[in-house]
Ligand binder design. Structure first.
Ligand code: SF4
Length: 226
C-alpha cells in the first residue's frame, strides 16, 4: 500500500542530526537488560492497518522501547499501559507488545507519533517537531479516506497534530483549541480527543488511570465507528 511505502521511506530519514546521532548511539551502547538485542536504531514508523478509522498520536519513540524494537510503544512501560487498554476495549488481539514479530494486531487503529526518532530525555526540540511534521502530514493524507477519530496523547502531540491536520486539509478551528484531558474538537469529518500521555510520570502517579484511558479509547472508537 501507499502507506507501507511511506513507512519504508520514513525509516531512511536522517533530517535531524541530533536525533540521528542519539538513536544510533543508544542502539550501539544499549541497556544491559537488552544486551542481546539488535536495536532498530532508526525512525519508527506508524503501526496499524492502512484503512484505520482511529488514529492514536503519541510523542516520540522511547530510546529502549520503539528505538529497540522498531514498533511504536513496543517494549516500554508507556506501551504496556496503552496496549493493555487497547486490548481491554477490544481494539487489539493481545494485551502486550514486546517485539515487532509478536503477532499483535490492532483492529481499525493505527498508532503514530509527531516525532519518529527517539529524542534525548524524551524531549524533541520545536525544530525537530517541525521537521518531522511533513511525515505526519503525508500519513494523514493517506489515512484521510477512512480515519474518523484521533486520540492525541499529551500536550506536545496536540501542538504538533493540530497544524498537521490543517496542512493535510482538515479545517482546524482558530484560535487553536488548547490541550486538556477530555478535550474534544470536531474537525470536518474527524473528532480529535485529548488524553494525558501514558508516560510513567502520569500513570505511576495516578494522574492517568487505566479507566480514564479506556474511557477515552471507548468514546473515540465508537465515534470512529469501531
Ligand atoms: Fe526524520 Fe522525523 Fe527522525 Fe527527524 S525525527 S530524522 S524528520 S524521522
Amino acid at each position: 500500500s501507499a502507506l507501507a511505502r511511506l513507512d519504508r521511506r520514513l525509516t531512511g530519514c536522517r533530517a535531524c542530526p541530533r536525533l540521528v546521532e542519539w538513536r544510533e548511539e543508544v542502539a550501539r551502547t544499549k541497556r544491559a537488560a537488552f544486551a542481546d538485542w539488535t536495536y532498530w536504531g532508526r525512525p519508527v514508523p506508524g503501526f496499524g492497518p492502512a484503512d484505520a478509522r482511529l488514529l492514536i498520536i503519541g510523542l516520540a519513540p522511547a530510546a529502549h522501547g520503539g528505538n529497540r524494537t522498531g514498533r511504536m510503544f513496543t517494549g516500554d512501560r508507556s506501551g504496556d499501559v496503552l496496549y493493555q487498554a487497547l486490548y481491554d476495549v477490544g481494539l487489539a488481539n493481545r494485551p502486550t507488545s514486546v517485539s515487532a514479530d509478536d503477532g499483535l494486531e490492532l483492529r481499525g487503529v493505527r498508532i503514530t507519533a509527531p516525532v519518529h526518532c527517539a529524542p534525548p530525555a524524551n524531549k524533541p526540540t520545536p525544530g525537530e517537531r517541525d521537521t518531522c511534521r511533513s511525515w505526519l502530514v503525508q500519513e494523514l493524507h493517506l489515512l484521510r479516506p477512512t480515519v474518523r477519530a484521533a486520540v492525541v496523547l499529551g500536550a506536545f502531540g496536540w501542538q504538533a497534530a493540530l497544524p498537521a491536520f490543517a496542512e493535510a486539509g482538515w479545517t482546524v478551528p482558530r484560535p487553536r483549541p488548547a490541550f486538556a484531558h477530555g478535550a474534544r474538537v470536531a474537525l470536518d469529518g474527524l473528532d480529535l480527543f485529548g488524553c494525558f500521555h501514558v508516560s510513567q510520570r502520569n500513570t505511576f502517579t495516578g494522574r492517568l488511570t487505566p479507566e480514564m484511558l479506556r474511557e477515552v479509547l471507548r468514546t473515540a472508537a465508537v465515534t470512529a465507528g469501531l
